[in-house]
Ligand binder design. Structure first.
Ligand code: S6P
Ligand code: ZN
Length: 193
């Protein structure tokens, strides 16, 4: 064992989506995530009007990033769409073989996963439901509701995050609103390997 840490209590506010104490907090605004949306044109239109909304934010309790530890945190995805596509996280693969789970605390959304063979899996999340991401599956979350979508996550601290594959190739599916319905459709910009 490399270091002996002191046990700590962590307080999660299910309604506000806060974690205390937290070590990392990040807000992701449209300007940072615009290339991940299927319609960059719609994103550019919003930005050109001088608006740069927060799409999502998260805070993480990190005891230590050494192997054997867990990172815990809460993500809030705001409600909204870029064109027809719902607000979502960038999505990533873990660099190591590492699982993760998402436990929905508030609102509703989807957990979209994809493995290296291009297979896709989607889990609907509502308060009390948990989506398990096995090692090897890229993962993105999408707010399909009208309010904030808030979920708790945990993953091995040394998992590592690879955003490049998703940024360059995208996910095979996107989640859009069509005729007031949530639809999971082929991503027109998806690049197969
Ligand atoms: C980390 C975990 C979450 C995400 C967060 C934002 O493994 O999955 O903390 O970082 O939900 O998503 P993303 O794709 O921007 O990291
Ligand atoms: Zn992850």
């Amino acid at each position: 064992m490399s270091e002996l840490l002191k046990p700590e209590k962590v307080i999660i506010d299910f309604k506000k989506g806060t974690v205390q104490p937290y070590k990392r907090k990040k807000e992701v605004r449209l300007s940072e995530i615009k290339e991940y949306f299927s319609s960059i044109e719609d994103a550019e239109k919003i930005l050109s009007r001088g608006r740069d909304p927060i799409i999502y934010e998260y805070s993480e309790y990190i005891a230590s990033e050494t192997s054997g530890n867990l990172n815990l945190g809460v993500t809030i995805i705001y409600p909204g769409k870029i064109g027809k596509e719902y607000y979502m996280t960038k999505g990533h693969f873990h660099e190591k073989d590492a699982a993760e789970f998402y436990l929905c605390l508030k609102g509703k959304g989807l957990l979209l996963m994809q493995n290296e063979n291009g297979e896709v899996s989607v889990i609907e999340l509502e308060p009390g439901s948990l989506g398990y991401v096995p090692p090897g599956w890229g993962h993105r979350t999408i707010n399909t509701g009208r309010g904030k979508f808030i979920f708790f996550f945990a993953y091995p601290s040394d998992a590592g995050h690879d955003y490049l594959i998703v940024k360059e190739k995208g996910f095979a599916k996107i989640v859009i609103e069509e005729n007031k319905q949530v639809r999971i459709v082929d991503n027109p910009r998806y690049q197969k390997t």
